[in-house]
Structures are given as C-alpha cells and as structure tokens.
Design a protein around this ligand. Sequence first.
Ligand code: HEM
Length: 184
Amino acid sequence: MQIRNTRVAYGWIAIALHWISAVGVVGLYLLGERMEAAAGRAEKLQAQHLHVSVAVLLFTFLLARLLWSASQPAPRPLERQRALRLAAKVVQGLFLLMIAALLITGPLVIWSAGRPIEVFDLFAIPSPFATRLDGLHEAAEEIHGAVTKLFWPLIVLHVAGALKHLLLNRDDTLRRMLWVRGAP
Ligand code: HEM
C-alpha cells in the first residue's frame, strides 16, 4: 500500500485528506445554511455551535493536508493544453482563497462579539480581543456571508473539470485522486 505521493500518483494519506476535507467543507456549508434558516434564537445558537465546532475540526484537517502536501512531491498534471491547465490552477487557487477567507472571518465573527469559540462542549478558544468590536463584527459577518456565495460556482467548476478528465480526456486525473495507482 502506497502511503506517500510519487511524481505520477497520490498516496493514501493525500487521497484520504482530500476527501475528508471535501466532505467537511460541503458539510460546513450546509450547516451554515441551516443556521441561517433557523427559526428561533435557541435553534440558531445550537446550529451555530455545531457549525463552529465542525469548522475547528475541519481547520485541523486542512492544516494537516497543507503540511502533508508541502512534504510530498506533487504528481505531474496530466492536462495537455496550457490554457486548461492554467484555468484549473486558477479555480483551485480561488477555492483555497475562499476557504482561507471563511476560516479567517468565521472566528472573527465570534471573537469580535466578545465570545470564545466553543468546540463540542469540550474546550473553548478565548477571544484575543478585550472588548466587543462592533465594526469588525459587522465587517466579518458581511465578508463571511458574501464569500459563501462563491461556494457553488467554484464547486461546479472544480467538479466539471474533474469529470472532463474522466469522460472526455479519459486520463487518470480524477482516477488517481480516487484510488492509489501502482507504479506505471
Ligand atoms: C470552509 C469553511 C466554512 C464554510 C463553507 C462556512 C459556511 C457558512 C455559511 C454558508 C454560512 C451562512 C452565511 C449566510 O447565509 O449568510 C456561515 C455563517 C457563519 N459561519 Fe461559517 N463557514 C466556514 C467556516 C467558519 C468558521 C471557521 C467559523 C468560526 C469558527 C464560522 C462561523 C460562522 C458564523 C458565526 C456564521 C454566522 C454569521 C452570521 O450570523 O451572519 N464559519 N458559514
């Protein structure tokens, strides 16, 4: 069983971290939407508690993914056309920027309200701010909500790119992120 990446294939750890992060990000989006749709204050706070706890968990997975991929060779891209290779890189870059913006503004929404980030009733991350900061709170809330509007368009582009490789190019770009391939 191949654990590490090679220049042609992803290893199990990179594949597992990719799919755990994918499920986590989509789940977090759905939890965020559920929170916004909550009827009363109690329901909203409960949904927010879950959204935030899962977000902290996801944050650690994304950090692990970042550190793991920095320590590994990246398999060579299989896309032959330069313009499409560039387009895929841009979509991937925007996707990462969107997640980074959500992971920064999310905690700011809570801390600027003078509250700690409570994680599954297990522990709390205290606010670095001594008082409530209304301006920052409103800005972070606005940006967090606005950035989530990019969520489905970027997911659709990312998935469409992966399916193009599977169905039109018939290369291994998607397949090698689904299971570990042996040496060529
Ligand atoms: C990939 C990461 C994340 C995704 C996809 C995401 C998604 C969402 C969505 C869809 C909403 C509803 C926005 C709206 O409809 O206006 C939301 C709201 C919220 N999220 Fe996140 N979120 C992420 C990360 C975080 C993190 C890390 C935290 C805090 C630790 C957080 C805290 C909040 C809070 C407090 C709100 C409510 C804001 C308000 O009251 O308007 N989020 N999020």
